[in-house]
Design a protein around this ligand. Structure first.
Ligand code: MG
Ligand code: MG
Length: 626
């Protein structure tokens, strides 16, 4: 099945757009007329440049305010159409999108519109061109794909078909099931867009907030299922108007688009197996069974400090790599790899970000299938094996230059073979596993990352949460596997004055700001850590007074929480306890959590107090090096 994307969906000059679209793997483009007009090349030149990139022009758009006009304006509309047909022939485009009219003088009437389209189809056919009619959600008389289809049906011309746009149907809350009754060969083109659920004017919503399928809240899979079940086999295209994307990197947006389309088509193939369209075949979204390891890049005195911090948290060095300056630190099922090599991936990461997480290893159902799916979704593989050098462990480049290794049962021997270590670590302070990894990024990158995880792995998104920092807002989006074996929080900073923003600026984009470990008994763990010299993040007494007013916590328990600096949250009787380390080296910190009876959140109500406490420890600029 061919894929395309509208040139309006991404930023840059036409040349930059074409290069990014071709590199991402698309077969064609919808050329938005404005992108042609702003270019200095002639229509023939532009058409040739598009084809030189290996792309076809799947659609020319838009042709507006055509149907239902009174006679004088009608004649002019046909003249206008003839001139656009000239242009299309020079470009080498054979299909034009005619969107339903918003002209104030347009007259209603299905037969009147059908007559206009039939005549336009006749004129187009004389030049070997075709007409696709699309119902805009805010069209003056036609705003529903069912009406657009009735007009196309009555126009009854081989060169006139319907164009379906998921936003115009789903944005109005129309049931996509009705699409199944349209003959597939009368659907000339399909445009896909998702959008977050926001209650606002349709036109404004559409022009500014569309996003890639899977990034929003519309039932785009149901829409695509209906389209393909109708027998449609033409191109599937993305038409995304989004303020963020207009200012984003053309390559990132194009790659995200390709990833979202491939994942969507794969979902449809699984749910609607008998469609005639040839759909991409790839392994299913992969199950994550947990975090296999977290690897830090560090060096010298910074490395000493990291090791001291790990020791204070109850970790023990359990192994040393057979060939590299890399040590393994364990506690329960947690593995921290400390990499001090200078020349490799970790060395580069340290030079760039200082002490930072350079690699995360995920335990997955099948490492090779994960890699295969990642490649089908357009991700790049990575060949150098950073710390774990001898076994062939597949790695995927995440976003922002980070790395994800995926390990399955076939890699179980790596810790013994390469580090001389046991699979399970000592009990330490009772920390058992990685609960979540918190990643800091700019707000603009959030959709990319959540799409990355959500399309590759079996993960669910939680609703986005606003976290109040004393100096700005941070938006937090969590993704979790169904059983919570792997959780990630994406914290999008809009200003460098927030804790997350300062970390991002000072570390030049280091991906991970904090790591949370689970314990079954946070009181026992906190006491064990305190006696080993661990210095938790101090939380003000006011916080505990407020807790006493909000929750029914026995006073003795509350007093222990206050002594041990443990924070608390509860939802529907499910309790959550958390405590934090002090930030070190540019702002990295650790968290300890206890989830009781299925609590699924991250203690978001506590985040403002935690951030304020961390900032109190920080000097005016950046975080302290303790
Ligand atoms: Mg459209
Ligand atoms: Mg956290």
């Amino acid at each position: 099945m061919k894929t395309a994307i509208a040139t309006v969906s991404i930023s840059g000059t036409l040349t930059e757009k074409l290069e990014a679209i071709a590199a991402a793997g698309f077969d064609g483009i919808e050329i938005f007329e404005q992108d042609f007009i702003t270019d200095i090349g002639s229509a023939r030149d532009v058409g040739n440049r598009i084809r030189d990139q290996g792309l076809e022009i799947s659609l020319f758009q838009p042709f507006r305010d055509f149907e239902g006009l009174p006679e004088e304006l009608r004649v002019k509309a046909f003249d206008r159409a003839e001139r656009k047909f000239d242009l299309m022939q020079d470009l080498g485009a054979d299909l034009v999108l005619v969107c339903s009219s918003v002209h104030p003088k347009a007259l209603g009437g299905i037969d009147r519109a059908a007559d206009d389209l039939r005549e336009l189809g006749e004129r187009a056919a004389a030049r070997g061109l075709r007409i696709g009619y699309e119902a805009l959600a805010w069209g003056r008389h036609v705003n529903d794909h069912r009406d657009a289809w009735e007009i196309v049906r009555r126009a009854d011309h081989d060169s006139v078909g319907i164009i379906l746009d998921s936003f115009h149907t789903l944005g109005r809350g129309l049931d996509p099931e009705s699409i199944r009754r349209i003959p597939g060969d009368k659907i000339f083109f399909v445009q896909m867009a998702d959008a977050p659920k926001i209650d606002m004017d349709l036109l404004y919503w559409s022009r500014h907030f569309r996003n890639m399928p899977g990034e929003g809240d519309l039932p785009v899979t149901d829409f695509m299922r209906a389209v393909l079940a109708a027998g449609y086999t033409g191109p599937v295209s993305l038409e995304i108007f989004n303020d963020q994307f207009r200012g984003g990197s053309p390559n990132t947006i194009a790659r995200d688009g390709y990833r979202s389309l491939m994942a969507l088509l794969d979902d449809v193939r699984r749910q609607e197996p008998d469609v005639p369209a040839p759909l991409p075949v790839m392994p299913a979204r992969q199950r994550i069974d947990g975090t296999s390891f977290i690897e830090f890049a560090t060096r010298g005195a910074d490395g000493d400090q990291l090791r001291a911090q790990l020791t204070a948290l109850g970790f023990a060095q359990t192994g040393k790599h057979m060939a590299k300056a890399v040590t393994l630190w364990q506690q329960g099922d947690i593995r921290i790899v400390v990499n001090e090599e200078e020349g490799d991936f970790a060395g580069t990461a340290y030079n760039m970000h200082g002490t930072s997480v350079c690699d995360v290893g995920l335990a997955v159902s099948s490492a090779s299938e994960t890699l295969e799916r990642a490649k089908a979704l357009g991700a790049r593989g990575f060949t150098q094996q950073p710390a774990l050098g001898q076994l062939d462990i597949p790695a995927i480049r995440g976003l922002g230059g980070s790395l994800l290794h995926v390990l399955d049962d076939s890699h179980a021997s790596v810790w013994t073979r390469e580090f001389g270590a046991e699979p399970k670590g000592p009990k330490g302070a009772g920390l058992q596993a990685v609960d979540h990894i918190a990643q800091t990024l700019t707000y603009d990158e959030m959709l990319s990352w959540s799409l990355f995880y959500g399309t590759l792995f079996d993960m669910e998104k939680s609703p986005m949460v606003d976290v109040i920092d004393p100096d700005g807002l941070v938006r937090s989006q969590a993704l979790s596997t169904p059983e919570g074996r792997f959780r990630i929080t994406l914290n999008g900073a809009e200003t460098h004055r927030t804790l997350a923003g300062a970390f991002l600026a000072d570390s030049f984009g280091a991906p991970v700001q904090h790591i949370a470990f689970t314990t079954e008994d946070i009181f026992a763990s906190a006491e064990a850590l305190a006696s080993a010299g661990f210095d938790p993040l101090p939380i003000p007494g006011n916080y505990y007074d407020d807790l006493a007013s909000r929750f029914d916590i026995p006073s003795e328990k509350l007093a222990r929480m206050k002594t041990l600096q443990i924070l608390y949250d509860a939802e529907d009787g499910q309790e959550f306890f958390q405590s934090y380390s002090r930030p070190f080296q540019g702002g990295i910190f650790f968290e300890i959590v206890q989830r009781a009876s299925g609590y699924r959140g991250y203690g978001a109500p506590n985040a403002p107090f935690r951030i304020a406490a961390q900032k109190r420890l920080a000097p005016a600029k950046g975080m302290p090096r303790i």
